[in-house]
Design a protein. Structure first.
Length: 143
């Protein structure tokens, strides 16, 4: 569900799902141009700091969507100081409330309406609605 949220947040650029779950050298989602250059690399979870630096060297823009209640905060507290030096990196953290709301929407057959405004994401299915508000811990430098 968090990978789906990552897709929704970047749907204007139409990223492709990678083999992120089964391959260490690919992100969860990415966008490549016609030459094969990686424009956008999206990792979901708590990636190793070394892997994030490697991704920042390979892609024009890297986004990490971290989740896991206290573990995400601990990951950011231990890695954040060195990650802030990476100018093409953005880091978003999901709270436990956000991930629980996503989990509640999960179903075998899902149909969603989505609205994104001012950093808030509203997902509505036929049976439930969830408001997700990722916390921006690091925004990539403009340019």
């Amino acid at each position: 569900m968090v990978r789906l949220l990552a897709f929704v947040l970047h749907a204007n650029s139409s990223p492709d799902f990678g083999r992120g779950l089964s391959s260490e050298d690919e992100p969860d989602l990415w966008l490549r141009d016609a030459t094969g250059t990686i424009d956008l690399w999206i990792d979901v979870g708590l990636p190793d700091e070394r892997e994030v630096r490697k991704a920042c060297g390979r892609a024009r823009q890297v986004v990490v969507l971290a989740y896991g209640k206290r573990r995400a905060e601990m990951w950011w507290n231990s890695s954040g100081a060195s990650l802030t030096r990476l100018k093409n990196l953005s880091v978003l953290l999901l709270s436990g409330v956000d991930t629980a709301a996503l989990r509640a929407l999960a179903a075998r057959s899902m149909n969603f309406a989505c609205t994104i405004q001012d950093g808030h994401v509203w997902l509505a299915s036929e049976t439930a609605t969830a408001e997700i508000t990722p916390s921006v811990r690091l925004a990539a430098a403009a340019g």
